[in-house]
Structure formats: C-alpha cells, structure tokens
Design a binder for this molecule. Structure first.
Ligand code: FES
Length: 168
C-alpha cells in the first residue's frame, strides 16, 4: 500500500468521528435548551405560587383632612371615595354618594340643595334622606371620627344610623 492510500484510510474514521461529535453537540445543546426552558417555567410557577393570592383593594378608611377645610353648611364630594362630607350646625356627616337604586354615582346640585342621581332621577337631601325617585332608601351614613392628630376619619365599612353627627 502506498503512503497516499494509508493517509486516505486513516482520514476516513477521523472524519466520521468529527461528524459524530457534531451531532452529539447538537443534541446536547437541544437538551440543555429544553432543561433551561423547563427550569425557567418551574421558577415562574414557583414564584407565582409563593405570592399571596389576594386582591389588593384600596382601604375602606380614609382621612378627609382637618375640619376647618369644610365651611359650615357645605357638602363636599370626595371623588376618590365616592363619599360626601357634609358639615351642618350639628356637626359632620359622611354620606355615601352611591345611589341606593342601581348604584350610580350621585351628584351634589348646590342650586337645588339636593343630591341627584343622573341615572333614573332619584333625589336626596344633603344629609342623604330620600326625597323622590326609584331609590328604595336614603343614602347610607358612614362612621366619622376624629384622629388623635385632628383629622376627620371616615370608615366606609361601618354604616351608622343617620343623624349621628360628629361634633368638633
Ligand atoms: S341608579 Fe340612581 S335612580 Fe337609578
């Protein structure tokens, strides 16, 4: 056998081995990618599992500022809370702005001294007492107190009887 033939025969297995290594690397890369994706998915699922499964709703208590912000005989709408802060000679009331008919947001009409519902025409006095319309009852009053540092504090979770004014 000539030297050329020996070189050719010796080169053939080496070329096949090179192809085999390439195929092995390819499958290793695919396996590593699949494990990586599965591991990432497991991390995401575990992270989501560890988070509390709760809705974070805004607090039902809110501070409405100091009493001197509200003039005597005023009705002040708090749009973020959907509550009226009403100040009369008797004191302060916190009156819901949600209509008791179908839950529309009412509006204070100073020219008529009434709280009016734009949906079906219910009307209420400034203290929430129903005057007319399809609303089945007056607007509820919420507990209103004074914080130690002198601010009005409204608790929308505590509905109180109408007429219980906070005297300051
Ligand atoms: S929702 Fe207010 S009157 Fe119907």
């Amino acid at each position: 056998m000539s030297d050329v033939a020996v070189t050719a025969m010796a080169g053939k297995p080496a070329e096949s081995e090179h192809e085999e290594i390439g195929r092995r690397d390819f499958f290793n890369a695919i396996a590593a990618g699949a494990f990586g994706i599965a591991g990432l998915g497991a991390l995401v699922v575990t992270y989501r599992y560890l988070l509390p499964n709760a809705l974070f709703e805004p607090s039902m208590n809110f501070r409405a500022g100091t009493p001197d912000l509200y003039p005597l005989d005023s009705v002040t709408y708090m749009p973020d809370q959907q509550v009226y802060i009403v100040r009369t000679g008797d004191g302060f009331y916190a009156v819901s702005a949600i209509c008791t008919h179908l839950g529309c947001n009412t509006q204070w009409k100073p020219e008529a001294s009434l709280i009016a519902c734009p949906c079906h025409g219910s009307k209420f006095k400034s203290d929430g007492t129903k005057v007319e319309g399809p609303a089945p009852r007056s607007l509820p009053h919420f507990a209103i107190t004074l914080t130690p540092d002198g601010e009005l504090l409204v608790d929308k979770l505590e509905v109180i009887k109408a007429g219980q004014a906070l005297r300051v």
